[in-house]
Design a protein around this ligand. Sequence first.
Ligand code: 5GP
Length: 346
Amino acid sequence: MRIEEELKLDFQDVLIRPKRSTLTSRSEVDISREFAFRHSGRSYRGVPIIAANMDTVGTFEMARALGQFQMATALHKHYGEAELVDFFRALPPAATVFYSMGITREDYEKFCRVKQLAGDAVAHVCVDVANGYTKSFIDFLQRLREKHPQITLMAGNVVTGEMAEELILDGADIVKVGIGPGSVCTTRKMTGIGYPQLSAIIECADAAHGLGGLICADGGCTSPGDLAKAFGGGADFVMLGGMLAGHDECMGEVAEQDGGRKVRFYGMSSRAAMDKHAGGVANYRASEGKEVLLDYRGPVEATVQEILGGVRSACTYVGAHKLRELSKRTTFIRVARQLNEVFGQS
Ligand code: 5GP
């Protein structure tokens, strides 16, 4: 047994120090990014925020809504082949939508059939497993890269620099970072495994960038300020589940409770998800996600404006004209308290 003594940080452990700036208005800030992906060679331009590949967030409707803002969506993996083919065929060429899959033979065969019919429209793929440290995941990634040199591959999840490097060398263009920070995730509680998300981002970004790779910070953002901290820590993309949940585009089941409209939101390895997609929780495994009822929030557009406004404003405070400059201009200060909650938490 070993103990690492260095304190690792979460979003709520820090604030970003303001810096002198020549910017006069947040409207001068450009929050889009351009990347050339290391393996696929494709170029990207957009606002690097991605809706998570969860049932109720990674929907076709969300992809269309976020596309208006040049934001991306990772589709959930439970759509049927025919609807996926139709969706990708109708996708505008500039849109960034990830096809998601796990690492089973069925996942791969389904992907091949969709890709064959939808062709180059399926340009971005997210290979997603709860634990990105397994040999079977690495083997899958290597085979996928070999067979599909031109797709942009996002793969995860991991939380440490050496594994971020490994995934990039195995063929990932973007490494997805986060174990346990999610809003409906119970991995840390059920297993004791995890890594504070801001430190995971800082360490994985450093490792990935050294090899010409990119990272996507996945999970744990609860406010626009958390996205600013993730980008400030070096994240190239940020993935959001809970912050985009509860909207019209989520296609979640709506329930009435205490006279208000509520929307179901659940983790992808929660009992609710496994009951829906896998006929229940297999008896060798425990559920590592939970289900919550959220207040219905209407169309996602207002939430998106708030998120983009927050990130733009953060750039203004540190004098970053472009989102690309934010991490260079970020100094985190460790804090013991950051919000005044005298009137509640919102
Ligand atoms: P959020 O933005 O809601 O904090 O986090 C979203 C992320 O949580 C997802 O992209 C995914 O990585 C993770 N996640 C989603 N469902 C589950 C689950 O059931 N269990 C765990 N451990 N993580 C989940």
